[in-house]
Design a protein around this ligand. Structure first.
Ligand code: PRX
Length: 633
């Protein structure tokens, strides 16, 4: 274990004591945690911050390289230990075990490939790859040489990819000829080709051969395996300042432009690893599996960095939960004797729709801890997970956090603090959540709903939005000056447990994916026949939320295929995950007198409400509500 025993609480009382210490003496506390790592030079001050600017600096003037902490130190102590288990898409294909020594060699070799291709410290590299070990290698190779990785989920469309490449002026793109997903093969390279038609900043592309598509590469493109022939596996780790950027990761916001959240080296290292150890109660020989994609923050923090920093064995799965059947997750748990299993409520709800025999036929006795992330988990899904997967003996950690927070913020700690169905429960050490009432006053009482805020900085708070610090300030620090505003509502019970009640802005969480309504509306509005549109979320029994689009057309007789055309546009502009479940053509949208769309009313209509809309007399056009209800699909 990399942490001193006194930093790892073993029971509720120890948690309470450590938590109190962490919030009364945060600098001493985080300094002790940070001592657990290899620094090339120790920090001179633990924290400097200013909520007004806003600016946060952790472990100031400390020097490090995160990959030395992920790899070199474990190669020294335990070189043959498995770092990554790769489980391929098809169950019959070969599983791969990569030891710390092998991973170190792969990362150093690929870091040399990056250098050979003129990538330098501070350059941005876009990584658009499926869930294969080379994705983790690419991430770490960037970190090794101080290049800033920007991983884009390989389900995003060419337009979304191009927007992200351009926003960060990426110099290089790492991708593959294609990917395997269930019984499909996806042509990733064509998506990249299309995106690159709109990106002048990219000098070179390195292509991993996964599907043997036999494509021919262009002049500035090279095959991954051929590049590896030109390098050795010796690569010095670049010395990074604690505050140097480690990566950019995009998340949706309330306007059309995605937000490139920037995470820094030192604080992110300390927080992602410390939370991993505590939340999942990871012990040295455990096999840990998080089913997320490395294209999301969950994959960054809890497939790659958190586990590797702890010297853990982390499983990477290339495929999908439904292939070859809906028992695939459980078959993998049995095959690799998985101890900690971390997934999304959407996956649980989807799997719970299938016969429980698909779970019961596998031996899940290795499981010790279960986790969920990304959206609220409803009681039914929690019960199903607990009874059928955990056999009522595994603690379930419901972990609340965000791309912006870098690591888990509110959760129970497995085998230490109690879980409570549908509650994320208690704050992580060092985290000070508060609830605000409607007058932006901190709520002292329990048993209340409010808006969630965070009172004090923590090491992995995103430092800025790439290229737009003003937006960073506006979105996260303006609503409640002196606090971080995550955009979620919450309820606090008598024992101080938090239940996250959902977004309070125009972001909808669909199947655990954070989707801003604005960019999807922008995509819909690109259709020649669309005058205006409004998109809202409504409850869905598997996805948590689904999208409902209300669309005003110029001419409702011109096209019979408007629904398909709009869906195609959304898939092309953002990706298939953003397609609405329902698209209703309407004659008008309910608006305030100042012209603002009353989404509250549309949300109610979308979720099946027929009568209770409150006072709609203040609307500019109250009659439109009835007409929308009459045409509801
Ligand atoms: O609304 C919250 C929801 O997901 C949002 C963050 O999304 P993203 O940045 O994509 O990161 C997802 C993975 C960390 C939050 O603002 N959310 C996340 N976890 C939970 C949750 N809602 C309820 N319960 C959770 N455990």
């Amino acid at each position: 274990m990399i942490f001193d025993k006194k930093l790892i609480p073993k029971n509720v009382q120890e948690y309470n004591e450590l938590y109190n210490y962490s919030i009364t003496k945060p600098e001493s506390f985080w300094s002790e945690v940070a001592e657990s790592f290899i620094w090339k030079k120790k920090w001179s001050k633990v924290l400097k911050y200013d909520f007004n600017k806003p600016k946060f600096e952790w472990f100031c003037n400390g020097k490090l390289n995160i990959t030395e902490n992920c790899l070199d130190r474990h190669v020294k102590n335990n070189p043959e230990k498995t770092a990554i288990i790769f489980e391929p898409n098809k169950p019959d294909d070969q599983t791969v075990h990569i030891s710390y020594k092998e991973l170190h060699a792969k990362v150093c070799s690929f870091a040399n490939v990056l250098k050979n291709n003129n990538v330098k410290k501070g350059d941005r590299v876009c990584i658009y790859l499926p869930m294969v070990p080379e994705l983790a290698v690419a991430v770490l190779a960037c970190a090794r040489i101080g290049a800033v990785h920007s991983v884009v989920f390989a389900g995003f469309s060419s337009t979304a990819l191009a927007a992200r490449i351009n926003d960060a002026s990426c110099k290089m793109v790492l991708t593959s000829d294609g990917s395997f997903r269930g019984n499909k093969t996806i042509d990733l390279k064509s998506i990249v080709d299309e995106a690159l038609n709109d990106c002048d900043c990219v000098d070179s592309v390195i292509v991993l051969n996964i599907i043997n598509s036999g494509i021919t590469l262009k002049n500035n493109e090279k095959w991954w395996h051929e590049e590896l022939n030109n390098v050795n596996d010796d690569c010095r780790a670049e010395i990074m300042d604690s505050e140097d950027p480690l990566f950019i990761l995009y998340t949706s916001g309330s306007t059309g432009k995605p937000k490139g959240m920037v995470h820094s080296c030192g604080g992110y290292m300390v927080y992602s690893s410390y939370t991993f150890k505590n939340v999942f109660d990871y012990e040295d020989d455990d096999i840990y599996w998080c089913t997320a994609d490395i294209g999301w923050i969950t994959g960054h923090s809890y497939i790659v960095y958190g586990p590797l920093l702890n010297g853990a064995t982390t499983l990477m799965f290339e495929g999908v939960p439904s292939y070859p059947d809906f028992g695939r997750f459980w078959q993998i748990c049995e095959k690799h004797k998985v101890n900690q299993f971390y997934t999304a409520p959407t996956a649980i709800r989807a799997l719970a729709k299938h016969p429980v025999q698909l779970v019961n036929k596998y031996d899940l006795s290795s499981l010790k801890v279960l986790g969920t992330v990304g959206e609220p988990i409803n009681e039914e899904a929690w019960d199903w997970y607990n009874e059928n997967v955990g056999k009522a003996k595994c603690p379930i950690v419901d972990t609340w956090w965000q791309t912006e927070t870098g690591g888990i913020m509110i959760t129970s700690l497995a085998n230490v603090t109690d879980g409570k169905p549908t509650f994320a429960t208690k704050p992580m050490m060092g985290i000070q959540p508060v609830l605000f009432d409607e007058n932006a006053k901190e709520l002292d009482d329990n048993n209340k709903n409010g808006i969630l805020g965070i009172k004090y900085p923590w090491p992995s708070i995103a430092r800025t939005i790439y290229g737009d610090h003003k937006r960073y300030k506006n979105v996260y620090f303006s609503a409640y000056p002196g606090y971080y505003f995550p955009g979620d509502g919450a309820f606090r019970d008598d024992e101080g447990n938090y239940r996250i009640t959902g977004r309070v802005d125009d972001v909808v969480i669909v199947s655990g994916h954070n989707l801003g309504t604005a960019p999807i509306e922008d995509a819909i509005n690109m259709h020649d026949n669309v005058v205006e549109s409004a998109l809202v979320g409504f409850p869905h029994d598997v996805k948590g939320n689904a999208l409902y689009a209300f669309v005003i057309l110029k001419d409702d007789n011109t096209s019979n295929d408007i629904v398909k055309e709009i869906n195609d546009l959304i898939a092309k502009t953002i990706g298939p995950i953003a397609k609405p479940d329902k698209i209703q053509v309407v004659s008008g949208l309910p608006k305030t007198r100042s012209g603002k769309i009353m989404r509250r009313i549309l949300r109610k209509i979308a979720s099946g409400e027929k009568e209770k809309f409150g006072d709609i007399s203040t609307l500019l056009n109250p009659e439109v509500v009835k007409s929308i209800l009459d045409g509801k699909i």
